[in-house]
Design a protein around this ligand. Structure first.
Ligand SMILES: Nc1ncnc2c1ncn2[C@@H]1O[C@H](COP(=O)(O)OP(=O)(O)OP(=O)(O)O)[C@@H](O)[C@H]1O
Ligand SMILES: [Mg+2]
Length: 329
């Protein structure tokens, strides 16, 4: 067994808002082996981006630990954090918003190399060679080197985002909805590119999306979040074959199945969404859960391993419930 590349333990991120503390990420723990992909899914506002940003320390976590290559990076000072940027990077959802419109393709991809001092501005030859190589690797034609983001289509813009993230040769990437803003046909191209790059460069991905069908093929494991909490985590195929948490089941039932003979039963969620500001203890999904009981409101629920590597936080799967439901799959 390989050592995990990254291990997150009890990670919390609270935002201090005028109405109280907003619990965006609540006690999230997982580990991720090298060259694997962990898909993170859940609806808008459940804390996916905050989790990704807190792991990279783009936003300081409120509590918890993030171990990367065997070191707790939350203890790093500014200088070590700057070095860490070479090894951990992020790709954003909307390349149009995340790319500087005044910077050409060359300037955008070269910038991290200059900031990190890999090349100096004087070494134009070396810098140009590195940028050209990176463009080639992400499938951007050389002739686009002096183009600006607004002159390019969404797919090419996202290729610039990928190139910029990869140019420092990182090992770990947070991919924050990298294809959600793209047309479906372009989505597949970018997903394929990301899978190829993962293989070629030995990358490890935390792949965030609100769309379960996007992570199905790219993920080794999938983690489902609801209002800051992880409600289920399992190997990707098990999430689809044997979803256990009522919220995961509802998410899955919303994916259209392209078979006219298949009668799909969609789980419609009723009830109000719990506020993430100073939330009450207990399952945050309880108010919308079709199978809620009084036990759900008592305390925060731990993730319980129900089958090999398949974890769920739900009162249906206490120690007795676990045996009962495990035989279903
Ligand atoms: N800087 C901030 N200050 C206050 N609250 C914030 C801040 N950033 C995020 N939040 C809140 O934290 C919660 C989680 O937000 P986050 O952006 O992480 O969700 P998300 O799952 O990425 O959503 P989406 O799918 O829309 O991108 C939301 O309630 C959001 O309003
Ligand atoms: Mg987000």
């Amino acid at each position: 067994m390989s050592e995990p590349l990254i291990r997150v333990s009890g990670l919390k991120k609270y935002f201090n808002t005028p109405s109280g503390f907003l619990h965006a990420v609540e006690d999230v723990s997982f580990s991720l082996d090298p060259q694997k992909t962990l898909g993170v899914v859940g609806e808008s506002g459940c804390g996916k981006s905050t989790l990704g940003r807190a792991i990279l320390r783009l936003q300081e976590p409120t509590a918890g630990e993030v171990w990367f290559e065997g070191e707790n990076i939350l203890s790093y000072d500014a200088a070590r954090l700057k070095q860490l940027r070479c090894r951990m990077q992020i790709i954003f959802q909307d390349p149009f918003a995340s790319l500087n419109p005044r910077m050409s393709v060359f300037e955008t991809i070269a910038e991290p190399l200059l900031i990190q001092g890999v090349f100096s501005k004087k070494d134009r030859t070396g810098l140009t060679r590195a940028v050209r190589e990176m463009m080639d690797q992400v499938g951007l034609a050389e002739r686009l080197i002096n183009s600006y983001p607004h002159e390019l289509d969404g797919g090419r813009r996202q290729r610039i985002g990928v190139a910029r993230a990869l140019v420092l040769n990182p090992r770990f990437l947070v991919c924050d909805e990298p294809v959600s803003a793209l047309d479906v046909s372009i989505q597949a191209q970018i997903l394929n590119l990301m899978q190829e790059l993962q293989q070629q460069l030995g990358l490890t991905y935390l792949f965030i999306t609100h769309d379960l069908s996007v992570v199905k093929h790219i993920s080794d494991d999938i983690m489902v979040m609801y209002l800051g909490q992880v409600v289920e985590k399992a190997p990707a195929e098990r999430i689809f074959e044997n979803p256990l948490h009522p919220y995961t089941q509802a998410l899955l039932s919303a994916i259209p199945i392209p078979d006219p003979d298949y009668k799909q039963e969609r789980v419609l969620l009723k009830g109000e969404v719990t506020s993430p500001i100073n939330p009450e203890p207990g399952c945050r999904f309880a108010k919308r859960c079709p199978q809620v009981t009084t036990a759900c409101l008592k305390a925060n629920l731990p993730l319980i391993e129900v089958e090999d590597n398949h974890y769920v936080a739900c009162t249906l799967f206490g120690s007795a419930g676990a045996q009962h439901h495990a035989v279903r799959g």
